[in-house]
Design a protein around this ligand. Structure first.
Ligand code: NDP
Length: 262
């Protein structure tokens, strides 16, 4: 039996085992997916090999911390210096990131030309890089200058002052990629958001499972809303495809069928 695991801290809330085990079941693959609360990143490699894992997912707060333990980094993870998936090849750990493509898949048919990303953490990096790669113009706004170097070095306009000026700009896509909604806070002042939503096609909240204030204001402004559930499902589809070496089209119908349980 092949064994896979998601590592994070906390981890008890994770829906990844449900998604991945359901796919194993439907595709009749002899594998199981478990979760592990990892307190100390130094223990990761020993646990991975003691459990004889074939692959793993990495979630908060370890995505950047475990980047350095991989023997090789592939794809988008190289640019954003953060991993959410590890596969084992000839006893070597290969790190990848499927958050980027997971986000992109959820908006790819929406004809988006430009985007405002609110936040400057790991998930914003992943989203900014894939949108830029796909020809979408991206502007970043954050409450502090944290990570400003990453964004300016990669050619993004970055704001953390004079935010009122943003009200004069038009963006097709507005993404709340902060963790403000966990505390029931808004990532930007309400009056700025209301003006931005007037011209937007999509308001995207990357958290899921809560009716955030950001989403409530977008709904009142009659903007289409998307929440992080679709990013979560899409990144899991891509991870599963890497774990099982199968095309994502074989996995997607099964995970999408149970998406409502997330
Ligand atoms: P980070 O901790 O790396 O970054 C958090 C960001 O939010 C920072 O830019 C921080 O600003 C900003 N922020 C926090 N609180 C506030 C606030 N009250 N007002 C304005 N800005 C705030 O987190 P991640 O980028 O990794 O993740 C962000 C959220 O996205 C998490 O809650 C996570 O659960 C969710 N997520 C969802 C995914 C999905 O699949 N749906 C995938 C990945 C993440 P500052 O820099 O100034 O501290």
């Amino acid at each position: 039996m092949r064994l896979y695991c998601v590592f994070g801290d906390p981890i008890s809330h994770s829906k990844s085992p449900l998604l991945h085990n359901y796919v194993f079941y439907k595709l009749k693959i002899d594998a199981r997916y478990i979760r592990f609360n990892l307190k100390n990143k130094e223990d990761f490699k020993n646990i991975f090999f003691d459990l004889n894992l074939e692959g793993a997912n990495i979630t908060l707060p370890l995505k950047e911390e475990l980047f350095g333990i991989c023997d090789e980094i592939r794809g988008e993870a190289k640019n954003i210096q953060s991993i959410n998936t590890i596969i084992k090849e000839k006893n070597k750990l290969i790190g990848l990131n499927t958050d980027s493509i997971g986000f992109y898949k959820s908006i790819e048919n929406s004809n988006i030309k430009n985007a405002l990303l609110i936040g400057a953490g790991g998930s914003t990096k992943a989203i900014a890089m894939i949108l830029k790669q796909r020809g979408i113009e991206v502007v970043i706004v954050n409450r502090s200058q944290k990570n400003i170097n990453f964004f300016t070095k990669n050619g993004f306009r970055f704001h953390c002052e004079n935010l009122e000026k943003l009200r004069e700009e038009k963006f097709d896509l507005i993404v709340n990629s902060t963790s403000a909604s966990i505390k029931n806070e808004l990532p930007l002042k309400e009056n700025i958001l209301i003006d931005l939503f007037k011209n937007a096609k999509i308001a995207y909240e990357i958290m899921y499972g809560l009716d955030s204030r950001f989403i409530q204001i977008a709904k009142k402004s009659n903007v289409k809303t998307i929440d992080g559930r679709s990013m979560l499902i899409n990144q899991a589809i891509e991870s599963s495809s890497l774990f099982l070496n199968l095309p994502s089209s074989k996995i997607a119908p099964h995970m999408q069928k149970i998406a409502h349980l997330i």
